[in-house]
Design a protein around this ligand. Structure first.
Ligand SMILES: [Zn+2]
Length: 506
């Protein structure tokens, strides 16, 4: 086993800080310490906190909090990465959310795609090199196999091919040529017995495709290429930049874009490649044959959306925002809006100072519920709260618990506060407004309008929420009243459900 070098003093100090950050369940910190001290390099690099939680019997929410606090302290570093669903390589690796974009052409397979925060945009945590220096902190020293299979390939891809239980095995199987090419170096790669189908050469920035036809040739096809400014170029007039559409394994059209593409007979190929750059190139040539582009799925992991709907992230990383002119799409997120009924009258009755105090106590009560239910507050607007959740079941239970929490709170005060809550889910855009992450889109408007339907101590949820897996089950003990309503700004009637109090209470 290779040496593990831990900076004892730093680890000790930072673990002590981490212990103080919040109350932790028993052994959570000692499990993390053991992990940092003993796990192989590859495991402390890009840690998936969801898998970490599963493997160590820690709750997912606590594991997420653990890595966020550990990052804040400097024990770990947080990375955003964009995974290509058609090859499983990490297309882009970013240190902050500010650098996120949504449109990419994969430099490993040429697939062109728009990404959403809950769709192949992941967040992972790597041990800080000041605490434990690993070989993945020095990618320039890695072997070419390590670079492609462990450093550039996502760890979370589930192999769709039964013959290859892991995705790196599948990639190894299709790889025909792999080596570093030094600046100024010329290499010749001879490849024999290539069947019809797709062959690609790539170096992580440049990508070309040869489409091998059914007509084999006895003679070798010679492919002269050079690497210039991060792209492949060629003097072969048939090799041209091209876009192609292919259908994936699930029959979805996928757009591919290549520096160079042409058809060549199947059989034998001779690549003559020259690296005209002043940096080393890691060249990989792989042949996927007639296999359609896969549509890969990932193991459960921390998506960008999941991070944004975690209150601890908002609390600890306030400066992490989206680039000013960028809008990031989220396919499915749940919004919860609350408001106080008749608060104007209350301000008049008890005076501004008392009302302000009560409203703040009510914010505290709602914040606790939101945090307990793994949501995050987006903002408060007057006496209203806007919150986001990854999971509609948790959003709905948060809504019901808020009503209870406020009823409890009301017992301690003379002036009653009356809450109205609405929940809706759907697609939205995340943006930065006033230096913090906010959301916009028709579903945000609908969520606010649904909240406005509620009267005293009511929770209204839309049909999209009601029909989410697990929600109707959770509401079994409640009386639920379906309604069809027209709300401002939405042309069609909206199906909503008013949730009555717990049956046992009446
Ligand atoms: Zn790709």
């Amino acid at each position: 086993m290779p040496d593990i070098n831990v900076n004892e003093r730093q680890l000790d100090e930072q673990l002590a800080q981490l212990e103080q950050a919040r109350p932790w369940s028993p052994r959570v910190i000692s499990k993390l310490e053991t992990f940092i001290r003993t796990a192989p390099d590859v495991e402390v690099f890009r840690v998936n906190p969801v898998q970490y939680a599963l493997e160590r019997s820690v709750s997912e929410a606590e594991a997420l909090d653990l890595f966020l606090h550990a990052t804040k302290i400097g024990l770990f570093e947080m990375d955003w990465h964009i995974v290509c669903p058609h090859c499983g390589f990490i297309i882009d690796n970013l240190h902050t959310m500010k650098q996120l974009r949504t449109h990419y052409v994969c430099a490993y397979c040429g697939a062109e795609r728009d990404f959403a925060l809950d769709d192949y945009i992941q967040v992972a945590f790597t041990i800080s090199p000041q605490v434990r220096d690993t070989r993945y902190h020095h990618p320039e020293l890695l072997s070419i196999e390590d670079i492609f299979l462990n450093y550039r390939l996502s760890k979370d891809v589930i192999s769709p091919i039964p013959a290859y239980p892991t995705w790196p095995e599948a990639i190894e199987h299709v790889t025909r040529y792999l080596r570093y090419i030094e600046p100024g170096e010329k290499v010749t790669a001879e490849l024999d017995e290539l069947p019809p189908g797709v062959l690609r050469a790539m170096d992580g920035r440049a990508c070309l495709q040869l489409t091998m036809t059914d007509e084999p040739s006895e003679q070798a096809s010679v492919i002269p290429i050079r690497l210039v400014d991060g792209k492949f170029q060629s003097d072969d007039p048939e090799l041209q930049p091209r876009s192609l559409t292919r259908h994936s394994m699930i029959d979805q059209p996928v757009q591919f874009r290549y520096d160079l593409q042409r058809e060549v007979p199947s059989g034998k190929l001779v690549f003559e490649l020259e690296n005209r750059e002043d940096r080393r190139s890691a060249l990989c040539i792989y042949h996927t044959g007639r296999l359609p582009p896969p549509m890969l799925t990932l193991r459960p992991s921390l998506s960008g959306k999941k991070l944004l709907t975690t209150q601890t992230f908002g609390d600890l990383f306030r400066s992490e925002v989206i680039k000013t002119d960028e809008t990031l799409s989220i396919r499915d997120i749940t919004f919860l809006f609350t408001d106080l009924k008749g608060s104007t009258a209350m301000y008049e009755q008890v005076g501004d100072a008392n009302a302000y105090f009560l409203v703040h106590q009510h914010f505290d009560a709602l914040s606790r519920v939101i945090r307990d239910r793994n949501g995050a507050i987006v903002k408060t607007i007057g006496d209203a709260v806007m919150a986001v959740f990854d999971n509609p079941v948790e959003a709905t239970s948060a809504a019901l618990e808020m009503i209870n929490a406020l009823n409890e709170f009301n017992r301690t005060i003379s002036q009653e506060l009356i809450l109205k809550v609405g929940v809706h889910r759907g697609h939205a855009m995340a943006v930065t407004v006033n230096e913090r992450v906010d959301y916009f889109g028709q579903n945000v408007n609908i969520a606010a309008r649904v909240q406005a339907l509620a009267d005293a101590n009511d929770v209204y949820i839309t049909a999209d929420v009601y029909h989410s897996p697990g929600v109707d089950d959770m509401l079994k003990a409640h009386r639920v009243f379906p309604e069809e309503v027209l709300v401002k700004g939405v042309s069609e009637k909206l199906h909503v459900y008013k949730i009555g109090p717990h049956r046992h209470n009446h």
